[in-house]
Design a protein around this ligand. Structure first.
Ligand code: DGT
Ligand code: MG
Length: 402
């Protein structure tokens, strides 16, 4: 055994967007434990605590080998007292008592089941639990009023909780690609989300659609949805309008742009024939009925972006969620910029000052209408350019699995 004085502590940069996080993880036991506590916090509306556990897990994911001693963790960023206690418990006792008791907790189990229903968030789940509803049967029997999304979510629960395979994602890519091509010969579609990061399964399939000519993306979404609906491919869909309006000092975008459709949350009906190899293999079938009926329900998200915002949308919808959050934190805290899935805004240009924006300036920027702001929007036509503007080394999608 190596004694403590010979242990070389690991070293990683603070922000996840400064690190290359592949799908390889040498510390899965530890990161699973921390992720579960993050999930518990998120389901209890303790977002700050949730992010802290997510950041700690991401640091461990980035390590080149398995942690065996606490002393290896000396000096690592983002490992708070609570996370360190959980890690220590696992290294010393093989398990964390907090994690184990969470897994057994009736409340946690109920929150997981209920929020697993598409359209149900933690607040709704919490209300139902307080009314004595802990599982799907109790929900069905309760006579609770469900909205359209929740009804569809409950109906397709077993299918939706089943991971989507890459083959299924590619089959859907083919169908949606055909739909896009039929409504516009020039429109482009990209697979984003976890599959773009090289994951082999996902909880949904995410697509980003754009058109090379600015403005021609307007109206694409309703046409696309009609195409899919008329062929019976959508079990559920809800399209929401884009409410983002870029306001730079340059010529403003026409007001009509705030009205275009932007995002469609859907439940796709994927036929067995469309994946080539059948919907599910025998051993992974959620229920006999899922194999008998020769189709399955899959969550699909469609997003339409104008070409001027495409690079930002692509970066924003590729994930991981923590990687995105860290990019925005880096932009704000280290660069005095504000990054979204629409744009990069440099607020430190105010009065030509070079330093990073003070909290006061940032507050002022938020209060003042964007028409009189003196900062500037930074254009970018590729992800590489956005990383460069942020002063970060480019991290390809497959290394954004933080
Ligand atoms: P998955 O589907 O479980 O394999 O995991 P991901 O990484 O595909 O996660 P997902 O599908 O929830 O979201 C994909 C990315 O899209 C995520 O990393 C962040 C981004 N995203 C998700 N929801 C929103 C949203 O409401 N607004 C914006 N701007 N981005 C979002
Ligand atoms: Mg996804």
């Amino acid at each position: 055994a190596v004694n403590d004085s010979e242990v070389t502590p690991f070293s990683v940069p603070s922000y996840a967007c400064q690190r290359r996080s592949t799908l390889e993880n040498h510390n899965a036991v530890l990161t699973d434990a921390l992720s579960l506590l993050a999930e518990k916090a998120e389901l209890s509306d303790e977002d700050g605590r949730g992010v802290a556990f997510r950041r700690a897990a991401a640091v461990l994911k980035a390590l080149p080998s398995a942690v065996t001693k606490m002393s290896q963790l000396t000096g690592l960023p983002c490992l708070g007292e609570h996370s360190l206690r959980v890690i220590k418990d696992i290294l010393e006792n093989g398990a964390s008592s907090e994690v184990e008791s969470t897994k057994e907790s009736e409340r946690f189990k109920a929150l997981k089941v209920l929020t697993g229903i598409f359209g149900v968030g933690s607040k709704t789940a919490d209300r139902w639990i307080r009314e004595g509803i802990h599982n799907l049967q109790q929900l069905r029997d309760s006579g609770q009023t469900l909205n359209r999304a929740q009804q569809a979510g409950l109906e397709h629960y077993d299918d939706i909780k089943q991971p989507v395979s890459l083959a299924e994602a590619e089959a859907i890519r083919g169908i949606v690609g055909k739909a896009v091509a039929s409504v516009s010969s020039e429109a482009q579609i990209v697979l984003t989300g976890g599959f773009r990061r090289g994951k082999l399964t996902g909880h949904d399939v995410d697509f980003l659609i754009t058109h090379p000519e600015e403005g021609s993306e307007v109206g694409l979404m309703p046409k696309l949805v009609s195409w899919l609906e008329s062929r019976g491919l959508l079990l559920y869909q809800k399209t929401t309008r884009n409410s983002y309006l870029e306001c730079s000092e340059g010529p403003g975008r026409p007001p009509s742009n705030i009205d275009r459709f932007e995002r469609c949350l859907s439940i796709f009906k994927l036929s067995a024939g469309q994946t080539g190899s059948g919907v599910q293999s025998e051993e992974t079938a959620a229920s006999p009925s899922a194999t008998e009926r020769q189709w399955r329900a899959v969550r699909v998200d469609l997003v339409v972006s104008p070409i001027s915002q495409f690079a930002f949308a692509l970066l924003g919808w590729t994930g991981s969620k923590l990687f995105e959050r860290e990019l925005r934190r880096w932009a704000g805290h280290e660069k005095g910029m504000s990054l979204s899935s629409h744009a990069l805004y440099d607020s430190k240009q105010v009065n030509g000052s070079k330093g990073s924006a003070s909290a006061m300036e940032e507050k002022r920027s938020k209060l003042i209408s964007c028409h009189v702001l003196q900062g500037r929007y930074i254009r970018a036509s590729s992800e590489e350019e956005i990383f460069a503007h942020l002063g970060l080394e480019f991290i390809p999608p497959t290394e954004r699995n933080a």
